[in-house]
Design a protein around this ligand. Structure first.
Ligand SMILES: Nc1ncnc2c1ncn2[C@@H]1O[C@H](COP(=O)(O)OP(=O)(O)OP(=O)(O)O)[C@@H](O)[C@H]1O
Length: 598
């Protein structure tokens, strides 16, 4: 059988009565689309070989993606699962001086140093800030839940850092862009990821859905529901599926418009609320288990939170008050108390928390600046000025350098693999086309050899909804006191068992616990701090998975390996029934108490 070059490819086409003249047949024989009968088997074999090659490349790709992911996760573990950065707002003042990990406050002949994980001086750009945040955001793609908080005195640049401007985009838009970029570079695995977005604010004690239809954008009653496995859902919260950065930006702009801002004497566009942007990254649950199982998704959440100004009440609500450090810290803890219930499934084992503390360098703001830095110290889990020994720091740095190398190596390997994969897939398409033209169906694409496990689904996915009780692993600065637990148990939460909960009860309890705790503590002063060092954070057991690392990395207290078996995942489809009660007033409750004190 011959096909004529200009004719449409019609499998099984036979020469008709008025067949073309011999010349025409001869031309057709020279055409590239013509596959002589005897070549068919060879073509089929070539297709099979290509399918095998593609399968092999994909398997290597999964392996390298796994290596990259593990290396990143270990880097983040070594750096600490709760990290604190400090950004200093541009101001012409010498009260605050900065090093790469140190902020120094000078006032009235006194001086105090505060250590954080990274300092961004006034001249730091948005790109510089995001470059440090980026690995943490990336781990959301890898299946970990991530919370990024901007905290600090009003007017110090929290919204600037999180939202940015049209020309200087902040963390939220940059993170959205990065998530989609990462997903698109992951080929098959990336295309199975889903992204959905929600925005809410906590305003005057109520939750407001910022992406809801106009009618419901007024104060609405959203309930916090805790599923059996500890998964937290805000019932009724709008969740929009987004497929690219453009869509995500559109919804983000809508949410920002709905956010309540108003004028205060301190900041012309002061945020009067905590604004929470959530991007839920969904991936198919691995492990088979039939159609029902396949329909399930594992979800990790990236929360980006712009907290309301930390001292507004003291400065604008209670004018003329002398700054009291204890009260200010108390207020900041209370702000986080607002969020405890909403975020509790994203703050446990395996999750990454980043607190971006914003300070002003002005002498006038020194009280709030110190409060913010004290809070940063507390959040970081370092109660004393003593830091890890120089030796330990060096070991950490060595380990991180090795793991960075490992990650870079894997990324380069992935880059090459992608090129080979593209080439093989192009060749396969060519071959298939030819076989189709020939009239014989090409061999079916088989699944890649080996397990079709999604690269994101294996291993420790502490960030995806977990079946352990999340409150058992909340960061220390968000955990409850004995007093609050007693009150909580009186309110009906028995033995920490997860059960449907309304935020009204728990949030109010968390609030008062934070408050009572700080009020019981003596006000902090520049000179006296005591407590534990942070070295325990980098002590990770385990070994053997990074055998190529130098001995330094696996000896002593510090290991590049960390395994965590306590992070089973929970499919998002688990939901609990609605409780038609709204929650209200923890903030206003708190404010009343604060004003009682002032
Ligand atoms: N690093 C910075 N570089 C340039 N401008 C900044 C920077 N930080 C803050 N600003 C500017 O300072 C002003 C106040 O910042 P912003 O609104 O972000 O403060 P905020 O901490 O979010 O305040 P509030 O808690 O009251 O909402 C804005 O005009 C912002 O553009």
């Amino acid at each position: 059988m011959f096909l004529i070059a200009d004719e449409p490819a019609s499998p099984g086409l036979e020469p008709s009565e008025g067949s073309p003249p011999p010349l025409c047949r001869r031309e057709a024989y020279l055409d590239v689309n013509v596959v002589p009968e005897q070549d068919r088997d060879e073509q089929q074999a070539a297709v099979s070989r290509l399918l095998g090659r593609i399968s092999e490349l994909k398997s290597k790709q999964r392996h390298l993606e796994g290596r990259r992911r593990e290396a990143l996760n270990r880097i983040l573990d070594i750096k600490g699962s709760i990290r604190v950065f400090c950004r200093v707002r541009p101001n012409s003042s010498s009260t605050v001086t900065t090093g790469s990990e140190k902020v120094t406050i000078r006032s009235a002949g006194a001086r105090k140093d505060f250590r954080v994980d990274r300092v961004f001086p006034p001249e730091a750009t948005q790109e510089e800030v995001f470059s440090e945040v980026e690995p943490i955001v990336r781990s959301a793609i890898d299946g970990h839940s991530v919370c990024v908080f901007a905290y600090g005195q009003t007017g110090t640049g929290k919204t600037y850092t999180m939202e940015g401007t049209a020309h200087q985009p902040g963390i939220v838009p940059c993170a959205m862009k990065q998530l989609f970029r990462e997903a698109s570079s992951m080929d098959d695995a990336g295309s199975s990821l889903t992204f959905s977005m929600s925005m809410l604010e906590i305003y005057m004690g109520s939750l407001r859905d910022l992406l809801g239809p106009k009618a419901s954008s007024a104060k609405s009653s959203l309930n916090i529901q805790t599923g059996g496995g500890g998964c937290v859902e805000v019932e009724g919260l709008t969740e929009v599926r987004v497929v690219d950065f453009k869509q995500a930006s559109h919804w983000y702009a809508k949410g920002k418009r709905a956010r309540t801002t108003s004028w205060t004497s301190v900041n012309e566009a002061s945020s009067r609320s905590h604004c929470l942007t959530r991007i839920a990254v969904g991936r198919p649950a691995s492990g088979g288990g039939g159609a029902a199982r396949a329909a399930e998704e594992l979800v990790s959440k990236l929360w980006m939170v712009d907290l309301g100004g930390s001292e507004r009440l003291l400065k604008t609500g209670a004018k003329g008050q002398t700054m009291d450090e204890g009260k200010a810290i108390n207020l900041s803890l209370s702000a986080l108390g607002d969020l405890t219930q909403i975020l509790k499934d994203s703050l446990g084992v395996g999750s990454k928390v980043l607190m971006l503390v914003h300070i002003s360098s002005s002498e006038y703001d020194i009280g709030e600046t110190i409060c913010s830095l004290l809070f940063a110290r507390r959040a970081r889990g370092v109660d004393s000025g003593e830091e890890a020994s120089e030796e330990l720091r060096q070991r950490k740095e060595m380990c991180i350098a090795e793991l960075n190398w490992e990650m870079k190596d894997a990324e380069e390997g992935l880059q090459k693999l992608r090129t080979h994969l593209r080439q093989a897939e192009d060749q396969l398409q060519e071959k298939k086309k030819k076989l189709l033209l020939e009239g014989s169906p090409p061999a079916r694409d088989g699944d890649p050899k080996g397990s079709p496990e999604s690269p994101q689904s294996g291993g420790d996915k502490g960030g995806a909804c977990r079946s352990h009780h999340p409150s058992s692993s909340l960061p220390r600065f968000m955990t409850s006191t004995v007093c609050s637990r007693q009150r909580r148990s009186a309110a009906g939460e028995v033995n920490g068992k997860a059960r449907p909960a309304r935020i009204k009860n728990l949030s109010a309890v968390d609030f008062s616990l934070s408050q009572s705790r700080s009020l019981l503590e003596p006000p902090s002063r520049l000179s006296s701090y005591g407590g534990k060092s942070r070295t325990a954070k980098v002590e990770a057991g385990g070994g053997g998975r990074f055998k190529s690392l130098p001995p330094l990395c696996v000896q002593g207290n510090l290991s590049c390996n960390s395994t965590d078996s306590r992070s089973p995942t929970l499919a998002r489809s688990r939901k609990v029934s609605a409780t038609p009660l709204s929650w209200r007033a923890p903030v206003s409750l708190h404010r009343r108490r604060m004003s009682d004190l002032t």
